[in-house]
Design a protein around this ligand. Structure first.
Ligand code: DC
Length: 232
């Protein structure tokens, strides 16, 4: 498999900015799997599906036609031909997405789509279960973390007007659902490198991960060259 960088971690750990930055620096594609769960959630709400009813969500899981771009400079996502890149960031979608993402039928469908997009590789993929479920053979796995306070500060800056305490409470609620759900919970893959971004700037984190990726890529090429030499 050519380079796949699996980037997992909780919300507010800096995953999106870091993943896009690493993809740009290495000339790779970029996939935001959280946006795909958000797009399905937007569609369920739009269709009037009761999102707190897992059976109702499961029954419609095969219906939304989600299309997702992979350009780190122009994230594009649509459902049934409608561009939803704005609406998937609404408070309504953010409040409902953890419940929808916990439904196994939704995950099965999106994981298959994500594997199709990853294809032969050359991509940075961000999410919660990339190193554990979607791409367990990814040569580079990163688990981004940061303190709960810093994560809430970053998120409330993004959501203009949201108070720090309500943002922190909402993030804790989502983290709890994402980490304790039965289907593909957020856990650090045993072979992932943990990068704590609490006191690091964005550029520093990107540089660190680019170095890790270059090391893994060089290691792969050396191993390939060695096994070619061993062939008769
Ligand atoms: O990263 P985000 O906040 O956009 O993710 C939205 C939700 O989707 C979040 O509650 C966790 C869920 N998610 C998931 O279950 N698996 C992924 N690979 C990505 C996101």
């Amino acid at each position: 498999m050519t380079l796949v960088i699996a980037m997992d971690g909780p919300s507010g750990s800096g995953k999106s900015s870091v993943s896009k930055g690493v993809a740009r620096a290495l000339g790779l594609r970029y996939l935001d799997t959280g946006a795909m769960y958000r797009a399905v959630t937007w569609w369920m709400l739009h269709e009037g599906v009761p999102v707190d009813d897992p059976a109702a969500v499961a029954a419609r899981a095969g219906d939304p036609d989600v299309r997702c771009g992979t350009d780190p400079n122009a994230s594009a996502i649509s459902v049934g031909g409608t561009d939803v890149s704005g609406p998937i960031r609404s408070a309504e979608v953010t409040g409902a997405v953890s419940a929808v993402a916990a439904v196994p039928e939704v995950r099965e469908r999106l994981v298959a789509l994500q594997r199709e997009i990853i294809g032969a590789g050359g991509i940075v993929v961000e999410g919660r279960d990339i190193g554990t479920v979607v791409a367990p053979d990814a040569p580079v796995k990163i688990y981004l973390t940061a303190s709960a306070e810093i994560r809430a500060q970053r998120r409330s800056k993004e959501l203009a007007g949201a108070s720090l305490s309500s943002t922190q409470a909402d993030m804790a609620r989502r983290d709890r659902i994402d980490s304790t759900r039965k289907a593909d919970p957020l856990v650090r893959a045993a072979d992932a490198v943990e990068v704590d971004t609490t006191s690091l700037g964005l550029a520093e984190v990107i540089t660190e991960i680019v170095q890790i990726a270059k090391g893994a890529d060089a290691g792969d090429r050396v191993r390939e060259a060695l096994s070619a030499e061993e062939r008769p």
